[in-house]
Ligand binder design. Structure first.
Ligand code: PEP
Ligand code: MG
Length: 761
């Protein structure tokens, strides 16, 4: 038997050469398998070689040398039954010197296998599920060495292709039906966007299904892998550069690890060795990936396991490059109902998906105020984050029930779970109907304070939310969303068309347009928003108004588009990330210049222009007395503000749950700003995600805020909260709580709300 790496490669190659001929022959599938077991047994000098295939959910002996031929198609084992069933169920290798001493050993007299002592079996895998088992047996009690097992695994990969092409095994093994046999899984994560959804799992970066495993020309395959490695390294280097400016998806640390693996000689060497054994480039990459996956299952160290996941992601990337299938699932067409699964996503990547088919999103990472979450919320797509090991738990095509509110997903649900989910869905829909019924009722507190509740929007379709929710207007229109969904910089005319359509649809209700806020985690693929520089801290970098003032061409065009779109009606413009009052002046000047330009040309102008600033940078609070006389309104962006106040990156998953919006630090800070603005007679509101949560919104009313711009799905529950609240009672209650030395007033405030029967939803 082979004992060195070279001999193992030779042995696998010898088998593969034989298989190549068999697969190319005109024989029927059964005849092919009969030949295959013979080739393997000869090459491995084993007395027995057998193939079991999963048919109708049961493993059936399909071909053998060494066992009784009369047992073929007669011996059947359930998943989990006997050694073969155990291998298929666990998708794991068994290597036993004495088969009968294994607790799962099930003796089948018709096979005559009592003559054999040692046994080695490997799963035949398709789409990460076992569709069969390949086993060898020897009369002598002997353990098989790693190289022999690896040769068997390589052969099993090739068999998987033959079996799938011939349609011999259960197709369903790759989809929900047989996946159910793998057991239902409950995944707990972090609630990012509430709502319930069901659908089939689709990976954002789809797994490549390997179609050809045996190479015709080893040298050609080597060249393909070589060139794929080069491309992949280029891509990773590029991503690393872009990530410095907070590009879509991947996080810093992950990219660093990607980089380490992409240049890892050991990895490319192992792939080369697999090619030596006769595999195609795709099969070799997959073979090495499977081997790593197996090792991953054995590792108990979560850190190491994370790194193995990175390598797994990278293998998939390499596979996609080598097979020329580079698109994401968005470009490949989705199921009717899709639950998208990804490690992480950028806002632009999410926006590429068909909103009618995308029902939910599950992220391995993710955080509450990352822009991808805001976009998902705006799209009304439930989203679960921080799920951990998604690849282990979910396979492409698995049925998934997602409950965003409870922050859980059920993969391959049992009937009982499905029933409970349906029952909850009915209750949720009823509650949603109740909230929708509030559409025409004003958000007035029990003691008669009329609160303004507006919605945040960014896409043309979002305007419908005004009608659906009965909100008072659009308090934040994120104009950069148009830039994020476009393949090229939107021309002035197309910006103007969008703004006009939004104003038309809003009718009498006011709309506040925020000028483009790019940079941070909102990078544009077609524009270098980092000016060629690599930024250490992109969220605190050259973004939003800073970038817009330095490169004012973009803002000039936008100002013209806004002024022309609002001709004959009122226009509200606000600027993001104002840090010092002069920045507001400079931004206002740009719009004013464009207004004068239109005046000179006797164009129709807006009847009134209101200028506002967003308070997102804490420093601005210190010069508020200077800013307030200049502005018509102030809008507090708590997403950015809180990240700067706590020095906690809003997109960093590790910090996603660390600080509470209901901490005295944040609420006291906001109280100061709100009071100062109100005393100066300047309209003040909030437009961060915080305002869309009932308890948080109640606290904000408690510190004197009366104006909210929130995500549309939250309007109903916020209205219900307001209508059940006594403002004159919550103000002193929050005052008192903010005097307490606690990290968060959440527990006390929740108790207070319960005692005072405030509807928190
Ligand atoms: C904010 O920062 O709170 C805000 C509303 O702006 P954005 O989330 O778009 O950065
Ligand atoms: Mg912001």
């Amino acid at each position: 038997m082979p004992t060195s790496s070279a001999t193992s490669a030779t042995s696998a190659r010898e088998i593969l050469t034989g298989l190549h001929e068999v697969m190319a022959s005109r024989l029927g599938a059964q005849a092919k398998l009969n030949k295959v077991v013979k080739i393997i047994a000869d090459a491995m000098a084993s007395e027995v070689c057998s193939i079991y295939l999963l048919r109708d959910g049961v493993l059936e002996l399909f071909a053998t040398v060494g066992l009784n031929q009369s047992a073929v198609h007669v011996t059947k084992l359930a998943l989990g039954e006997g050694l073969v069933g155990t291998i298929a169920k666990d998708v794991a290798v068994l290597n036993l010197a004495e088969a009968t001493s294994h607790p799962e050993f099930a003796y089948r007299p018709e096979t005559g296998e009592e003559l054999f002592h040692s046994f080695a079996g490997v799963p035949i895998v398709r789409r990460e599920r076992a569709i069969g088992v390949l086993g060898v047996q020897h009369a002598d009690p002997r353990a098989y060495d790693t190289l022999e097992i690896e040769a068997l695994q390589t052969v099993a990969m090739v068999l998987s292709e033959l079996i799938a092409n011939a349609g011999l095994a259960d197709k369903a093994a790759a989809t929900a039906g047989a996946a159910r046999e793998q057991g239902s899984v409950r995944l707990q994560g972090l609630r990012l966007v509430t709502g319930m959804a069901r659908g089939l799992a689709v990976y954002h970066q789809p797994r490549i299904l390997i179609e050809h495993t045996v190479a015709d020309d080893t040298e050609a395959e080597r060249a393909r892998v070589y060139s794929a490695f080069r491309k992949m390294r280029e891509q990773i280097d590029n991503m690393t550069t872009l990530a410095e400016f907070g590009t879509a998806g991947e996080h810093h640390e992950v990219l660093e690890t990607y980089k380490m693996f992409a240049y890892d000689e050991g990895w490319s060497r192992r792939i080369n060795e697999a090619i030596d054994s006769g595999l195609t480039a795709e099969a070799a990459i997959e073979r090495v990936r499977q081997r790593m996956q197996q090792r991953m299952r054995e590792i108990d160290d979560p850190l190491l396991r994370d790194r193995m996941h990175d390598l797994d992601d990278l293998s998939n990337r390499l596979l996609r490059i080598v097979s020329g299938r580079l698109g994401t699932a968005a470009q490949m067409g989705l199921h009717e109902d899709t639950i998208l699964v990804a490690r992480n996503l950028g806002p632009a990547e999410l926006l590429e998906y068909d909103r009618r088919r995308l029902k939910g999103v599950i992220l391995q990472e993710g955080s509450l105020t990352a822009h991808v979450t805001i976009v998902a919320r705006a799209m009304g797509v439930p989203m679960l984050g921080r799920v951990g090991d998604v690849r282990q738990a979910i396979s492409e095509g698995d049925e998934v029930l997602l409950d965003g509110g409870d922050a859980v997903a059920f993969v391959r649900p049992t009937q009982a779970v499905e029933d409970a989910f349906k029952a909850k869905l009915v209750v949720t829909q009823k509650r949603r109907a109740q909230l929708a019924a509030l559409r025409d009722l004003p958000p007035v507190t029990k003691d008669g304070c009329r609160v303004t509740v507006m919605v945040n929007a960014g896409l043309r379709d979002d305007v419908e939310a005004l009608d659906v929710t009965g909100a008072d207007g659009i308090g934040l229109f994120r104009t950069e969303f148009q830039f994020l969904v476009s393949a090229a910089l939107p021309r002035r005319e197309s910006q103007q068309r969008l703004y006009k359509a939004v104003l038309d649809a809003a009718g009498d209700k006011p709309v506040t347009f925020r000028t483009v806020d790019v940079g941070g985690d909102k990078a544009l693929s077609y524009m270098d928003t980092s000016d060629g520089e690599i930024e250490e801290n992109p969220a605190m970098g050259w973004r939003a108004l800073r970038l817009a003032l330095d490169r004012d061409g973009l803002m000039k065009a936008q100002a013209r588009a806004l002024l022309e779109a609002a001709a004959g009606r009122e226009l509200e413009v606000m600027f993001p990330m104002v840090s010092e009052p002069w920045e507001f002046d400079a931004a206002r000047d740009i719009v004013e210049q464009q207004r004068l330009f239109l005046v000179e040309r006797k164009k129709l102008l807006p009847t009134k222009i209101r200028y506002g600033a967003m308070l997102e940078v804490p420093a601005l609070a210190e010069t508020l007395d200077m800013l307030l006389p200049k502005i018509d309104f102030l809008s507090i962006g708590t997403n950015d503000l809180t990240q700067f106040l706590f020095a906690a990156d809003r997109a960093n998953p590790k910090l996603a749950e660390r600080y509470d919006w209901l901490s005295p630090a944040i609420l006291r800070f906001l109280r100061r700003v709100v009071r100062q603005a109100q005393e100066a007679g300047v309209r003040v509101g909030i437009c961060g995600e915080m305002g869309g949560r009932t308890l948080e919104a109640m606290a904000l009313i408690g510190i004197g805020l009366e104006r909210f711009s929130i995500t549309p799905v939250a309007v109903g529950s916020i209205k219900a909260m307001i209508r059940s609240l006594d403002r004159s009672a919550v103000v002193p209650a929050v005052e008192k709580m903010l005097a307490e030395p606690v990290a968060s007033i959440r527990p006390a405030l929740t108790r207070w709300a319960e005692e005072n029967e405030v509807a928190l939803g």
